[in-house]
Design a protein around this ligand. Structure first.
Ligand SMILES: [Zn+2]
Length: 187
């Protein structure tokens, strides 16, 4: 589906583009164009990612792909993406902003049979029509924390049901312990 009547449209459509993953990885390091691809896309356009989440604001996700082919003929793709997203804190149920950060490296194989050779590295089957944004979206989804929580929940203004303050201070040193440590370090 290449509708490229106007330059503008082509540019917008570039975000729906497919990529020949084999060419992309083969070109890497050979001094030719093609081993690297970067883009920016509004978070709101990743509809699978934000499905079921609190209302999101317009914010940009920056992503990049790097292809690589070793001298032994193994192909790899490195994916990076960053931005931010609003999740619901599972402790206080308030929406809060969480940084999104993807850094992953996968081996590209030719057939599903090659997928589970070992567990050293994640593998995906390459394609001459690889859907870049589907892939980026998958990686973003996988990077979401399974149980998002504030590090420290803000105390509810006006006090909601004051009864329960779910205990989550576990991993957090008390201010007094921090003071003690500071004192010791100074002596
Ligand atoms: Zn919270």
């Amino acid at each position: 589906m290449g509708r490229d009547k106007m330059g503008r449209e082509t540019k917008a459509d570039a975000s729906r583009e497919t990529l020949d993953l084999f060419a992309f990885t083969a070109a890497a390091g050979a001094g030719r164009e093609g081993g690297q691809l970067t883009g920016t896309r509004d978070l709101l356009r990743f509809s699978r990612l934000i499905d079921g989440l609190p209302p999101q604001s317009t914010t940009q996700i920056n992503w990049s792909l790097y292809g690589e082919c070793t001298s032994g003929g193994r192909r790899y793709i490195e994916v990076r993406a960053q931005g931010q997203i609003v999740l619901e804190c599972q402790r206080c149920l308030q929406p809060f902003v969480v940084p999104l950060q993807v850094v992953n490296r996968l081996e590209i194989v030719r057939s599903p049979a090659e997928l589970d050779d070992d567990d050293e590295i994640e593998r995906i089957v390459g394609s001459p029509r690889f859907d870049v944004l589907e892939f980026i979206e998958d990686e973003l989804i996988l990077s979401l924390p399974p149980v998002p929580k504030h590090e420290v929940c803000p105390s509810a203004p006006g006090g909601s049901d004051s009864a329960e303050q779910p205990d989550a201070e576990a991993g957090r040193p008390s201010p007094f312990a921090v003071l003690e440590k500071l004192k010791k370090e100074r002596n």
